[in-house]
Design a protein around this ligand. Structure first.
Ligand code: LLP
Length: 384
């Protein structure tokens, strides 16, 4: 919820911009950290969700590690001050340059996604005379029951090592002198709201851990990835149920003495802390449709255009007395540049301020320059 003072301040700023509520971020991080501590679980923040500098600094201060998916993210994590021993590097297409950079930084672990990648990391580590710690990312063929574009753990997805490739993987591990196998990694998808999915994942994790142990490997690390969803329909219910989420893993994972359980949460930590604030440029009342044309578009927040994702949209200037249905669209020359269709809103006028809520995850980071748009702007709650 925004106070009248917030809204007055927004009116003085050039739109569109992301507004970061750093207090809410802090509360979310503390909640998650406390809930994880109960079970001695380790959290790595999935940087891809948001790498805004102040957001990262707060996350680092919470003591979380960093889950990176590119050389750029590894470098940024280290520049921000994340402990190298808490940096993990996943990704289905790590380039030689990225692997070399991560080896030079002595990061904690590579989450390896294919047998071929394993051999390449071994070769590159050999040249440097180093030993690379790796976890094998296994594709467990568990349905995350989320949007198909953000499902990653099914046989048809490109991610991870499929179960039929595990024997070859084990053979490669045995002959790779510059690799230290430390455990197994999973990530089955994002925006998961049906938590039963995680019970199914735990069953598969237990099976795969046993598979490796039966072949003489010590599985020190169980990394179960991220994916915990947020409530886009009720942004005011801002902090996800971390305690309930971690409890599932405590109840269903068979954790042996000496084993560590790691998580890679992105959206759940940052999703609710930002809104995209935009101004109404034009209102078009038509025969079939009414349109509100905002000064923000898919170039600032891509999720609705890319995944038909729902974000709650609010007219900040006129309150919440709904009167008309509008399609809320952006200025980009694409028909998919639409934040919501037939959305009930108060009667809207040029100059009204709109907020698109729950935009902290995969928002600012996915902004693009398409149509040669301005660089995306952002403000922090503590600066206004
Ligand atoms: N770990 C790995 C290996 C991942 O690929 C991801 C996200 C995460 C962790 C963090 O997932 P989270 O906790 O944030 O769900 N752009 C899409 C989401 C893509 C997710 C990619 N991987 C969206 O806007 O919905």
């Amino acid at each position: 919820m925004f106070s009248n003072k917030d809204i007055e301040q927004f009116a003085n700023l050039e739109t569109p911009f992301y507004y970061y509520d750093l207090n809410l971020l802090q509360r979310t991080l503390s909640d998650c950290s406390e809930a994880a501590k109960v079970y001695n679980f380790h959290v790595h923040y999935a940087m891809k969700a948001n790498f805004n500098t102040k957001v990262l600094q707060k996350i680092k201060l919470t003591g979380f590690g960093a889950d990176c998916v590119s050389g750029g993210e590894v470098s940024k994590a280290i520049e921000i001050g994340f402990d190298k021993k808490q940096v993990v590097f996943a990704g289905v297409g790590k380039s030689d340059k990225e692997i070399n950079n991560a080896l030079d930084q002595d990061i904690f672990c590579f989450n390896v996604e294919s047998v071929q990648e394993l051999a390449v990391i071994n070769e590159l580590a050999a040249v440097k005379g180093k030993i690379a710690r790796v976890a094998i990312r296994i594709n467990p063929n568990v349905d995350a029951h989320t949007h198909h574009n953000i499902t990653t753990g099914l046989d048809e997805n490109k991610f991870g090592v499929n179960s039929w490739d595990l024997p070859a993987c084990a053979e490669t591990l045995k002959v790779s002198e510059h690799i230290e196998f430390i455990g197994i990694h999973f990530h089955i998808g994002s925006q998961i709201t049906n938590l039963d999915v995680y019970k199914n994942l735990c069953v598969r994790v237990n099976e795969f851990a046993l598979w490796f142990e039966e072949r003489g490997f010590t599985v020190k690390l169980l990394n179960v990835g991220g994916g915990l969803g947020i409530d886009y329909h009720h942004p005011e219910q801002q902090i996800p149920d971390f305690a309930g989420y971690f409890k599932i893993f405590s109840d269903f994972l068979e954790v042996k003495p000496g084993q560590e359980v790691h998580f890679e949460l992105g959206r759940a930590l940052v999703g609710q802390c930002a809104s995209l604030i935009s101004k109404v440029l034009y209102v078009k009342n038509g025969k079939k449709k009414n349109f509100v044309v905002l000064d923000a578009g898919m170039t600032e927040l891509m999720r609705p255009a890319l995944y038909q994702a729902y974000h709650k949209i609010e007219n900040l200037t006129r309150g919440n007395k709904v009167a008309l249905k509008y399609d809320i669209v952006g200025p980009i020359c694409e028909s998919t540049d639409c934040f919501g269709k037939e959305v009930e809103q108060p009667v809207t006028f040029r100059g009204d301020l709109y907020a698109i809520r729950s935009a902290g995850a995969y928002g600012e980071v996915m902004a693009s320059k398409y149509n040669l748009r301005d660089e995306i702007r952002f403000v922090y709650s503590e600066d206004i």
